[in-house]
Design a protein around this ligand. Structure first.
Ligand code: ADE
Length: 225
């Protein structure tokens, strides 16, 4: 999977993508991450990439030209490709959307900033899909882009050493994950449930499934409906 991230802050993307599981996935060739500063594509003599909104109001709007030119520099995209734009008004990113995007060969993500994008970018790049990571507003699209890249990367074969741990995690089977415990078996009087120390794998599986179901019913009943 090739991630092409169009951003004003490529160093944020590079720092996160070179550490931990994403860093290892890059080294192993499971993913490739290219952060591109779209300021490098502006034709403005002062390297401006934004301007004040027509009609007045606060904040600045990202202009079309640098975004379109940066996108054109990526063509042709490796197919199947998806082109995303981070915005709080977009389709909500979730596990099902992550699975869908993990089928792509190349993902291009436009990171918004300031008040967002000039609306006409959607006409210039018709395949653009607007994506939100939740009902709150961030100062930029880098965290949304990284959240999506991270969630998608762990779904790719070879990114996580044990894929069974990905499958057992929350949302994969529509349920929240069960609780986890590790050594010591007792800490400050707090004990690990006996069944986990029993060595009875069938009983452990049954307990975990029941815990997942109970947690989901209690904390996220919306997932069951
Ligand atoms: N940009 C600012 N807030 C955002 C959000 N919640 N999701 C995606 N992009 C954003």
């Amino acid at each position: 999977m090739k991630f092409s991230i169009l951003t004003l802050f490529p160093e944020i993307i590079d720092a996160y993508a070179s550490a931990s599981i994403m860093g290892r996935a890059c080294k192993q060739g499971v993913i490739e991450v290219k952060a591109i500063n779209f300021r490098d594509f502006t034709t403005d003599p002062h390297r401006k990439v934004d301007d004040s909104p027509f009609g007045g109001g606060s904040g600045m709007v990202l202009t079309c030209q640098p975004l379109e030119s940066a996108f054109e520099s990526l063509l042709p995209l490796q197919q199947p490709a998806r082109v995303l734009m981070t915005t709080p008004t977009g389709r909500r990113f979730d596990h099902a959307f992550a699975l869908e995007l993990s089928e792509a060969q190349q993902l291009v993500i436009f990171c918004g900033h300031y008040e967002g994008f000039d609306e006409r970018i959607k006409g210039l790049i018709p395949q653009i899909e607007e994506v939100s990571i939740g009902d709150y507003v961030l100062t930029g699209g880098e965290l949304p882009a990284l959240s999506m890249m991270d969630a998608i990367t762990r779904l790719l074969p070879g990114a996580v050493q044990k894929f069974t741990s990905v499958q057992a995690d929350s949302f994969y089977d529509g349920l929240l994950d069960h609780p986890h415990y590790t050594r010591p078996a007792e800490y400050k009087g707090l004990k690990v449930p006996d069944v986990l120390l029993s060595g009875n794998h069938a009983a452990i599986q049954q307990w975990r499934k029941a815990q997942s179901e109970e947690r989901t019913r209690r904390l996220r009943p919306d997932l069951l409906s």
